[in-house]
Write a protein that binds this ligand. Structure first.
Ligand SMILES: [Zn+2]
Length: 60
């Protein structure tokens, strides 16, 4: 399993999250920021065999 770096939409800190396997993408997961602990969602997409995560706030 590899990880994906995401930027928290609340505190803008970057942290790593465990990424799903490419064949499970695209998918969205609920997560809590490891820095500020606010809830967020991460949209994972497969791109050239790599899984890219993009975090966004629940209110967006
Ligand atoms: Zn945060």
């Amino acid at each position: 399993m590899h990880t994906s770096d995401v930027t928290c939409p609340s505190c803008f800190e970057v942290f790593s999250v465990p990424a799903p396997s490419p064949d499970e993408c695209p998918c969205d997961v609920d997560y809590d920021c490891e820095v500020c602990c606010r809830p967020l969602r991460i949209s994972f997409e497969e791109e050239d065999g790599w899984v890219i995560g993009e975090a966004y706030g629940l209110g967006d």
